[in-house]
Design a protein. Structure first.
Length: 157
């Protein structure tokens, strides 16, 4: 499925104002590890375009306001692997171990985005990964406040 553009304001965008967004609602860096491998999460980004691009990462928490990274550069026709527990790699964003959070990745470029978690809290490691698809656009900002598009409201409402 192709990424779908989302129109926003005040975020990275191209000249048309189109921004692509990818979401990870269930993120969590395990607080402990066993053996030589460290539990961690990664965002892997592929830029297939012939031009460099940037993206930002926003972390959402249950008990405080979201925090956004500085823009992160990715060169043309390159792949970038970013561990979420390394602030210097994720645009200065600090994500604590043992704290549930969600992620939003935004860019004007049509990037390919993958999210992975390596859990080494037990002797048998667990690896989870997901290819992300950009979120569909909401029709207008009024719908964003309610989270519903007009055509999704009940008929008798």
């Amino acid at each position: 499925m192709a990424a779908m553009p989302v129109r926003t304001s005040g975020r990275p965008s191209d000249s048309t104002g189109t921004t692509l967004r990818w979401f990870v609602p269930d993120a969590y860096i395990p607080p402990s590890s066993t053996g030589s491998e460290v539990s961690h999460e990664s965002i892997c980004v592929l830029n297939r375009a012939a031009v460099a691009s940037t993206f930002t990462v926003t972390a959402y928490f249950a008990d405080r306001e979201p925090e956004q990274s500085r823009p992160i550069a990715i060169a043309a026709r390159r792949d970038l692997h970013i561990r979420t527990d390394m602030p210097d790699r994720i645009g200065g964003l600090t994500i604590e171990r043992g704290v549930p959070y969600g992620l939003e990745i935004e860019s004007a470029a049509d990037l390919q985005v993958q999210y992975s978690r390596l859990d080494t809290t037990q002797a048998a490691y667990a690896l989870m990964t997901a290819m992300l698809t950009a979120a569909p656009a909401l029709p207008n900002t009024a719908d964003q406040a309610t989270g519903q598009a007009e055509h999704h409201k009940p008929i008798n409402a």
